[in-house]
Ligand binder design. Structure first.
Ligand code: SAM
Length: 532
């Protein structure tokens, strides 16, 4: 027994977790047999049994096998409910499972024991962390301003999982969807959730298909490994859409509560798991994984060649629309989802799965690659326009234009067409969003602007209608700021910048729609002045 014990300790210290688990399993079985046989050395054996469960828990936790590690912690605590090492180990596991309150209880209990004084820095560090994350997950009071302003230097800020005013219901778009439960303004944080798995790599533009396949394979392996260790997670993944139309009406609508950190039932991890065969897992990942983009690309890779793919289960319940109302930011392994425009209670939250500042034919193509036909109001509106052949001609002109095409001419033709076709209100925003490439080239060139001055609408009017149709977007905000810089919303000249309170308020509202309220006013202001 002594030999086995020193071998197990050595393996654990050498971070050889799998063999150390085997050694502790042997010790546990020997101790249990001797205790059952009423061995006179009972108290010593009990102590050894407790320590072995505790150390096996530590090794299992290091291998991210949290379910079995927690079971070992419970066994150790059944023998000694104030076992310091076990309480700390259990606290760390619960913390990594986002169960901040439960983790806090463990560290508080560890703090009461005699060993706490020798390890006060360690325990106090964990206590502080739990309190901070528990507060964030309860209030959603995140602030990533300093990190963003520092150019994403250093470690990304520590985030907690958080769920705001939302619910899961059956969706008219497809299957289930997420819905706002109260009116919220643009920029309001809706939820923060941590990835089941992410795989990232720096991929130069000319990386071939194989490099993408390697990222995808690593990602699939990571998801399958995580699911293999927890029935609760397998069941959650199993319940995601595989993108097949015939499953639409049979999909269970999960309770939003199961995604709340404190409601997550660790016992569910021990329940019988659904059988997740590789075929189904691949279809599910195909329909539910998202690429990390925008901010995150600047975060980790710090260059444009950076690529990352991940699975965020709660975010996977958001359907696509070409007039989306929420956006996401990737901060470390967390995804932060906020309203990109004002939302009404009961409204379904929708993402842009692909770039919706593109023409109808391109959007159709991108939706096809996701395996669906988008039936959103904007697509229906554009599909039913009587003048589709004219807009199609303009699309071809715009998309095929290799520098030689006068984009001012395309914009003029569209604006003049909309007058003839009687397009009003949001319809204008839909079409301007579809021809955004042409508008942005016009507003981005002094020369073209001068040529078409007064023949096409001012930048501000275009920005307003596009934001109304597709929500805030950094490219649209940029056009607004450039218009102000030129002096006047339309870009008439004379030099300017943001001079008035109204202009500043509007720029802030637009920027908040892009970055969300996790960026505070001072940070948004510097972004705005930087863009100006
Ligand atoms: C990430 S899931 C979205 C949540 C899904 N509705 C559910 O119940 O789990 C993506 C799948 O939802 C469906 N979907 C999402 N947006 C859609 C849309 N605008 N029109 C049709 N189907 C859509 C497609 O089947 C797609 O493969």
């Amino acid at each position: 027994m002594e030999n086995l014990r020193s071998k197990a300790t050595e393996l654990l210290l050498r971070e050889e977790y799998k063999p150390s688990i085997q050694a502790y399993t042997q010790i546990i079985s020997l101790c249990q047999t001797r205790i059952a046989a009423k061995n006179p050395d009972g108290p010593h054996l009990n102590k050894l049994l407790c320590l072995s469960f505790s150390n096996r828990a530590e090794a299992r936790a290091r291998l991210s096998d949290h379910t079995l590690a927690l079971t070992d912690c419970e066994e150790a605590l059944r023998i000694d409910d104030s076992h310091f090492k076990t309480l700390v180990c259990k606290g760390k596991i619960l913390l990594s499972l986002n169960r901040y309150g439960a983790a806090l209880c463990c560290f508080n209990a560890a703090n009461l024991g005699p060993q706490a004084s020798e390890n006060s820095d360690l325990v106090n560090g964990f206590l502080e962390k739990c309190k901070r994350l528990e507060f964030l997950s309860r209030t959603g009071a995140f602030d990533i301003s300093e990190w963003v302003l520092s150019g994403f230097r250093g470690k990304s800020p520590e985030l907690a999982e958080y769920i705001g005013a939302l619910d899961i219901k059956k969706s008219e778009i497809s299957g289930r969807g997420l819905f706002a439960t109260k009116n919220v303004e643009s920029g309001t944080l809706l939820f923060v959730t941590k990835a089941v798995a992410v795989d990232r790599a720096i991929m130069p533009q000319d990386s071939g298909e194989n490099a993408h396949l390697v990222i995808w394979k690593n990602f699939v392996d990571k998801v399958s490994d995580a699911a293999g260790k927890c029935s609760g997670l397998t069941n959650l993944i199993w319940n995601l859409s595989s993108g097949e139309e015939d499953e639409e009406n049979t999909m269970e609508v999960p309770r939003i509560g199961i995604f709340r950190p404190e409601e997550f039932d660790t016992d569910s991890c021990k329940k019988k798991k659904k059988v997740l065969d590789m075929g189904r897992l691949l279809s599910i990942l195909d329909a539910n994984s998202f690429l990390e983009d925008s901010i995150s690309a600047k975060v980790l890779g710090k260059n444009a060649d950076y690529q990352g793919v991940g699975l965020w289960v709660l975010a996977s319940l958001i359907n696509h629309s070409c007039e989306p109302n929420v956006r996401r930011l990737h901060v470390g392994d967390h995804v932060v989802v906020h309203a990109s425009r004002d939302l009404r209670a009961g409204e379904e939250l929708t993402f842009a799965y692909f770039d919706v500042l593109s023409p109808l034919s391109k959007r159709r193509e991108m939706a096809r690659s996701w395996g669906f036909v988008c039936g959103c109001k904007r697509c229906k509106f554009e599909e039913n326009l009587g003048c589709k052949h004219e807009t199609r001609e303009m699309e071809i002109l715009m998309m095929g234009g290799k520098g030689g095409v006068d984009m001012g001419g395309v914009v003029y033709r569209l604006e003049e067409g909309m007058r003839r076709w009687g397009v009003r209100g949001r319809g204008k925003g839909y079409l301007r969003g579809s021809f955004w490439e042409a508008y942005s080239k016009v507003f981005g060139s002094e020369k073209v602007m001068r040529k078409w001055w007064r023949k096409i609408p001012e930048g501000e009017a275009v920005v307003d209608s596009v934001v109304d149709a597709v929500g805030s977007d950094e490219r649209v905000v940029k056009v607004y700021l450039e218009g102000l810089k030129r002096g006047g919303s339309g870009g008439g000249g004379g030099g300017g910048g943001i001079n008035g309170v109204v202009e500043m308020e509007k720029a802030m509202k637009l920027a908040r729609g892009v970055y969300g309220k996790v960026m505070k006013k001072h940070a948004l202001r510097s972004f705005i002045h930087f863009g100006e």
